[in-house]
Design a protein. Structure first.
Length: 280
């Protein structure tokens, strides 16, 4: 798969949505996209539109969910400010939502709002965490977003804890990995390890967005970041406070890293399938 020929500016957002207020959170998202000056891709946290708050998600699915048609399109007037913001910025916006599908599946999803204002339920979270399984069903496929020759694998939070998820994106030619997330206070070590590791594992950029603030037990720890293909942060947010982190992805860095670290070329097709056991 060929590499991009020009840099791309991206933004990772950390912010605190209001549980159940899809319209208000869409307005907040539009404001945050407006702060991402020059970004062609802006990533906001997991379930940002309804907020990651299981009591509310369980009590009011009709109010918290958006509805997708059979082609994945979402036509919900509450999202109009976000459509306008994407058009004004000329950006693709990736934002978390609870989505109701025509077959009645309810998923944790990433919506993509394209620069024309079209909203698509682009990816459904495949690896559900803990109590999410009581409210949602797992996604059935991976997905890749293409912007200006750049290919981005889509993941959501717990997906990024599984090396094979990021590797599947890289095997599909991804140059980067976009991960809207919701990491709780107390998980900073894992938060900072997983996504840097996925970057280095696959010699690709990673854009990690996260919720921040809230009340226990649903208090989130920020730390949004953009990682280079060796897992080093190009930009990182604090553990508290709203922030919009803007960084430029340089295709020469991608090329140089992949030339120096050839894991994608060297990986075995079936590593570890044949094993021997020794007893000492």
């Amino acid at each position: 798969m060929s590499l991009p020929t020009a840099p791309l500016t991206v933004a990772a957002v950390q912010a605190r949505p209001v549980p159940g207020d899809v319209a208000g959170n869409a307005h907040a998202a539009a404001r945050l996209v407006g702060r991402a000056a020059g970004a062609r891709v802006a990533v906001l946290p997991e379930l940002f539109l309804p907020a990651y708050h299981p009591p509310t998600l369980g009590a009011d699915p009709a109010g918290t969910d958006v509805v997708a048609d059979p082609d994945g399109r979402v036509d919900d007037p509450r999202l109009d400010p976000l459509r306008v913001a994407a058009r004004d910025a000329g950006a693709a916006v990736v934002i978390g939502a609870a989505v109701r599908h025509p077959d009645r599946r309810r998923t944790i999803s990433s919506l993509v709002v394209d620069p024309g204002g079209t909203v698509t339920a682009a990816y459904d979270k495949q690896q559900l965490w803990g109590g999410e399984r009581e409210l949602f069903v797992a996604g059935r496929r991976g997905a890749t977003l293409v912007v200006d020759q750049w290919r981005f694998g889509l993941g959501i939070c717990y997906d990024g804890c599984f090396p094979e998820h990021g590797r599947a994106a890289a095997a599909d030619g991804a140059h980067g990995y976009l991960c809207p997330s919701g990491y709780l206070a107390g998980s900073a070590h894992r938060r900072d390890l997983y996504y840097a590791a996925r970057a280095l594992d696959n010699t690709m950029f990673v854009v990690f967005a996260n919720a921040v603030g809230g009340a226990d037990p649903w208090r989130f720890n920020g730390g949004a970041a953009v990682y280079d293909p060796e897992g080093r942060p190009l930009a990182r947010g604090a553990d508290t406070g709203e922030d919009v982190l803007v960084a430029s992805l340089d295709p020469s860095v991608l090329a140089d890293t992949r030339a120096a670290h050839t894991m994608l070329l060297d990986r075995l097709p079936d590593a570890g399938a044949a094993r021997a056991t020794f007893v000492a």
